[in-house]
Design a protein around this ligand. Sequence first.
Ligand code: FNR
Length: 381
Amino acid sequence: RLARRFLNLDDFQGAAKRRLPRQIYGYYAGAAETEQSLRDNRGSFQELALIPRVLADVSRRTTAKSLFGRDYRLPIGIAPMGLSGLSTYQGDLVLAQSALAENIPMIVSATSIMPLERLAREGGADWFQAYLPGEPERIDAMVDRVALAGFSTLVLTADVPVPANRENNERTGFSIPLRPSLRLFVDGLMRPSWSVGTFLRTLSDAAPRFENMDAFRGPPVFSRNLVRQIGARDQLSWSHAARIRDRWQGKLVVKGLLSAADAAKAREIGADGIIVSNHGGRQLDGAIAPLRVLPEIVKESGSMQVMIDGGVRRGTDVLKALAAGADFVFIGRPFLMSAVFGKSAVRHAISIMAEEIGRDMALLGINSLDQLDASFIRKIK
Ligand code: FNR
């Protein structure tokens, strides 16, 4: 049934829109201001064309890819997304368990509403994304908490010095913290399967809280003084990143950079990898699409693993990113939209990508993803 309903990753979005209250859907799907970066993330992929090789005996092809010493089934993972836990009941765990079952990485978001320890234990999650508070002692305590929980990779998101201007959220009445309002209530009544199956169940378990923003349990999702509790983040600098590098023994990844100069800084502080990203168009509107700067960033990356996210929706997009120099690719919204329909839907979404990537490799004329290089792509616009 899932297979007939969802043929590709984009199919989940329309279905999720009908299932979720407008506020939640708008938060998931939307981006900053004019949404120029959101659109161009897709546009950048459409401006690259593939150059296949024929009669290449592709009978031994494999979609496997290793990263940081682990062999994954695919060169893709699930990007960190805040409030994933409102996509479906225990949405964070649903995403983690699906990724584990399909052998791809999933990055737990700092703004998830389930404790990271539980996601590690029950979901096998081993990548954690931190939004760090500005104060050094709190940073140290957070890093220690993540280490104690057994995570192998820490992702430091660097492109949120201040909250973004997402006007779509203002219009729908969505905010973090969520404000209970008549509008939310009415909208909830019109989306009973979500309200009963996800929202009331979540509330009846425990009032949802941001569990992973600090070394201790964070504020409730319906909190009035959230910003005060997180502390100022606009003072974060590369010296904070260097401090984390000193304390964190696992792999360190800096997420959200778009310039070769910043890639060089990440290399200098000893990062193991970077995720080239404009946060899915959700932070600085007009920020360049990651794919457009990928080649110049790869040149500055040294031995770091270079990952990319933003606008990846097809197997061909994944192959284009790898040909342009990425080692690995992350995908956000489509997996969140699939989570709305539960674990089997997320696993189906991952299978769709596995099939597309495998088929596209054959059509492109390669057996291994390591064969991809710039000779397989051409800029056409
Ligand atoms: C995000 N993103 C994000 N990134 C991050 O580092 N920490 C976070 O908590 C969040 N939260 C978040 C929530 C939602 C609803 C979305 C859609 C995105 C950004 C995310 O990790 C990733 O960079 C983009 O989503 C990638 O773009 P696509 O694949 O969604 O186009």
